[in-house]
Write a protein that binds this ligand. Sequence first.
Ligand code: IPE
Length: 246
Amino acid sequence: MTTILKLGGSVITEKDQPETVDEENLARTAAAIGEYVAEGGEIVVVHGGGSFGHHHAAEHGVSRADGSHDGAGLLAIHRAMGRLTDAVLDALAEEGVDPLPVRPLSAGFRAGDGTVTLAEGSVRTMLSEGFVPVLNGDVIAHAGRGGTIISGDTIVVSLAESLAADRVGLCSTVPGVLDDDGDVIDEIESFEAVASVLGASESTDVTGGMAAKVQRLLELDTPASIFDPDALAAFLETGRAGTVVR
Ligand code: IPE
């Protein structure tokens, strides 16, 4: 059974303070993952950019759609993400996990029509050898546009399909998708049904916030849960938590 888990950038970083890790949230999410792995769970971890990615991306004018041929700018974004990946690897290693990084810039590309290809073979082989692959939202070479941003959510969707994952989880700062009364919506089956409650993300976010997240998850065959760190252990145990997008 393969689980793909995204740790949102706003969970593991202080989103409004440049390049600051939220040590407490990172440690407790790593602890939950460590417990799951100790019990024989197979998991791919993907992390977002938070204050390591979005500020740099905005500064260099790069987004999912807006490409750049400024190599120095792309490298600055990639390196910042690498610093966050290092923090994630260290936190997981502390919990007795054997994490190994798979950096999308080196292990993938986007074709001219926007289709993403990632080195699924690396991820699959790491998993079968007992490692925990860790991927990050990143800069990616994009045919015809130079480099663009690939979000953690896009990586999750791409890997869930290529690995035929059984469970997908997005650990966010909110307990799920909230309705107008602030209550968690249990299940989402179509975008139209929730479009009115999905506002834009408040902090600098070059990849689209909750609306884009839900839209991408609806495209997946695998049901995906959106939940907060308090519900991570429950998600890992049961395969669902917060809002389930089908
Ligand atoms: C963004 O990844 C990566 C970069 C800006 C380089 P995500 O879009 O997945 O990040 P979060 O989770 O929203 O912070």
